[in-house]
Design a protein around this ligand. Structure first.
Ligand code: DNO
Ligand code: MN
Length: 369
């Protein structure tokens, strides 16, 4: 009879600390609602500040307090956005880097361990349709290269119509007003130059991260290709190796976003996980599926289940489990289902379904070990 008792400690050789992204005072979802999803221990959040502002310690502590008061930990920040002057390598970058360092020190004082950021010029992730209807009455996001207009302003007009009062990151009204000017900052900035600018930034901040025990986790470019003729430098495993070598340090690491990398059918996501895990470079993962529409890189965001998309989520979870993952994870974008129509990709229902599915895969993998 004793043999039937499964001692959790026997199979817990890997551990996934599951989180949920929460947009703080800008979110229509409450922490209490999130606390009703089984097995979520982390809130992944950020202060709603402009890229380049210092994150004040008081405000961080207040955010932490509200997160802790619902029984969650606040160990992962997403994102501390990098000002365009740093990405474009302008002379003003040093001032912004100083601010960034102050923010990192304050985050460390509040117990934050992982900082997710991205190095995409001008925009964050981009889609050509934020609310494409499916036959079952759900809505999902799509990217079709041929539908990308010449000008980003045209895209913003067409996509913002569909998303109530929410804007995509990087598409805020005040930024759009100065968009032409921001785009001009990148005149002549090639991929090589952008890489040099990332290296400059990392060389300044990673020694501080080593002291403060903060791991930087860069998020892939989404989609993993150049858009609006802007350079993009985290699209595949080759790019990741280049970023790793800019500053060899355990603190210079990656957010592996299975959806963003997996949008390119050429990217073998389980292999990327296995290689980067072998060097301890995966503190944080975003888990989501995508459905490839063709070989050009067009895609639609599907539900998390393998059967609904092009990625094999079992093989992805297995790669994490087999390589001894002990980090933080969260479901990424979901569809809009059951009449929900809030922030694109970040509704409550489909992400909660996603977590339950991912946790199911994880439990089986651990018990089978
Ligand atoms: C896309 C999303 C993004 C991501 C930011 C990170 O896959 O996860 O919103 O959070 O680009 O800086
Ligand atoms: Mn992601």
């Amino acid at each position: 009879m004793m043999g039937l008792i499964i001692n959790k400690g026997d199979y817990k050789m890997s551990e996934i600390k599951m989180g949920f992204r929460w947009f703080n005072s800008d979110d229509n979802i409450s922490l209490q609602q999130i606390s009703q999803i089984p097995q979520v221990s982390q809130i992944v959040s950020a202060l709603n500040l402009s890229a380049g502002d210092v994150w004040p310690l008081d405000a961080i502590k207040q955010l932490k307090k509200s997160i802790n008061s619902q029984g969650f930990e606040f160990k992962v920040v997403e994102s501390v956005n990098v000002n365009d002057d740093i990405k474009a390598g302008l002379p003003t970058r040093d001032e912004y880097i100083e601010n960034y360092i102050t923010s990192l020190k304050n985050l460390s004082l509040a117990g934050v361990e992982v900082v997710c950021y991205n190095f995409m010029p001008v925009f964050d992730w981009i889609r050509t349709n934020l609310r494409a209807p499916s036959n079952d009455g759900s809505f999902s996001m799509q990217f079709k290269k041929a539908q990308l207009p010449q000008s980003p302003l045209k895209l913003s007009e067409s996509v913002t119509e569909t998303i109530n009062s929410y804007t995509l990151p990087g598409w805020e009204a005040d930024r759009l007003a100065g968009l032409t000017q921001i785009m001009h900052k990148y005149d002549g900035v090639t991929e090589t130059q952008l890489r040099e600018n990332l290296a400059y930034f990392l060389k300044a901040i990673i020694p501080v991260c080593e002291q403060e025990h903060i791991t930087m986790a860069i998020h892939p470019d989404d989609p993993p290709m150049s858009v609006f003729e802007l350079p993009r430098i985290y699209k595949n495993i080759e790019d990741m190796r280049l970023i790793e070598n800019m500053v060899p340090s355990q603190q210079n690491a990656f957010t592996i976003c299975t959806g963003s990398l997996g949008e390119n059918p050429q990217n073998d996501v389980p292999a990327i996980i296995t290689e980067m895990m072998s060097r301890g470079k995966v503190p944080f993962v975003h888990l989501r599926n995508v459905r490839h529409l063709n070989a050009l890189g067009d895609f639609e965001e599907s539900a998390h289940e393998s059967s609904t998309g092009s990625l094999d989520m079992f093989q992805i979870m297995k790669a994490l489990s087999d390589s001894g993952f002990h980090g933080y994870a969260r479901p990424d974008h979901g569809r809009d289902i059951w009449g929900e129509s809030g922030r694109p990709g970040y509704g409550l229902f489909d992400r909660a379904l996603g977590i339950s599915y991912l946790n199911g895969l994880w439990e089986s993998l651990q018990k089978m070990r």
